[in-house]
Design a protein around this ligand. Structure first.
Ligand code: SF4
Length: 328
């Protein structure tokens, strides 16, 4: 059965300050926080649609700092979600995203009491310099401490990272991934920085004091990150911001593409083909791969085929069930 998230955005509420990159209202597309009663209505309405489609969902509180919002409000939202999980079989659990410095033993006990199944921490980076340059207001140690508390409680741990923030480097991103892997998260989300209007990053960008990684650098880096996490048994459940007209309208720079993950997976394919072809030598080759990989292997507008041609490899890519990369 297909599993999805019923995402409920709680914009800005509970944020103790403003991170350099964040205009949460643009990211979530919402202007005001929903009341617990409104959330209850949405959850109940969606239950019928999910059941019709044969889909199950987790009720997901995203967008702000869920465990930092006013306590009564948080409990009202959790009450609505818990009641729905108990009443509708299509809801399989509750997840939320929050700041690492807003997790302590008391909060974890509350989340467990309400049956929260997964907590995602907006860690963004494990470099102290990057965290402080981007006004995050928490440390890498906060991420380690909060992750340990979540893991000990039996709640699933998710970690979110960004690439290309102010003072960031690809090496720091790779170190962040290594640090994440040590914390044993079940899932990771990777968000290349999108520079938005009305943010401090936007001001730095417009003054020429900051540039994010280029599109190509980001694709190479994300290919490396995706490979690293996957090889270590961590599921990358999101790569890049969701497509949103608000983000597109408010974007000054950075990396945003609705098909970012497919482009990154295609780059991994290109890198694998390059290293295998290097063993075989230049010239003409036929590459077989499972039909489901064909478009990734060829790349958007056949960019992988063209890139290999420039390196002296004339290749045809053909379908063969069950193969990843068979070269003849
Ligand atoms: S990134 Fe998170 S913590 Fe920072 S301002 Fe936005 S919602 Fe608040």
């Amino acid at each position: 059965m297909k599993q999805t998230n019923l995402s409920i955005f709680i914009p800005h509420v509970g944020c103790p300050h403003m991170c350099s990159f964040c205009d949460q209202r643009s990211i979530s597309g919402e202007q005001s926080a929903p009341t617990a009663e409104q959330v209850k209505t949405v959850i109940e309405e969606q239950a019928a649609h999910l059941a019709d489609r044969g889909t199950t969902a987790e009720i997901a509180f995203f967008g702000g700092s869920f465990t930092a919002i006013p306590r009564d409000y948080m409990l009202g939202l959790l009450d609505a979600a818990k009641a729905a999980v108990e009443r509708f079989p299509c809801y399989t659990g509750i997840r939320c995203s929050t700041r690492p410095d807003r997790i302590d033993e008391e909060i974890v006990d509350i989340l467990r009491h309400y049956g929260v199944t997964a907590v995602e921490l907006g860690a963004q980076s494990m470099s102290g310099e990057v965290l402080s340059a981007n006004d995050r207001g928490h440390t890498a140690e906060d991420v380690r401490r909060a992750s340990a508390l979540i893991k000990q409680s039996g709640i699933e741990l998710g970690l979110q990272m960004m690439t290309g923030l102010y003072k960031d480097t690809p090496e720091r991103c790779l170190e962040t991934a290594d640090e994440f892997i040590k914390l044993l998260p079940a899932t990771v989300r990777i968000y290349p920085t999108v520079i938005l209007k009305n943010t401090r990053l936007g001001e730095l960008f417009e003054r020429g004091e900051y540039r994010s990684f280029s599109f190509d650098e980001t694709i190479d880096l994300c290919a490396e990150l995706l490979r690293k996490f996957t090889e270590n048994g961590v599921r990358v459940i999101r790569l890049g911001l969701h497509a949103s007209p608000d983000v597109e309208r408010g974007m000054l720079g950075g990396v945003y593409h609705p098909a970012l993950r497919e482009i990154v997976e295609s780059r991994i394919f290109l890198n694998d083909m390059k290293s295998r072809l290097a063993e075989l030598g230049k010239g003409r080759h036929i590459i077989y791969t499972d039909p489901k990989n064909l478009s990734k292997a060829k790349g958007q507008k056949k960019c992988n085929v063209k890139a290999l041609a420039e390196l002296g490899y004339e290749i045809d890519i053909l379908p063969l069930d069950g193969e990843y990369l068979l070269i003849k």
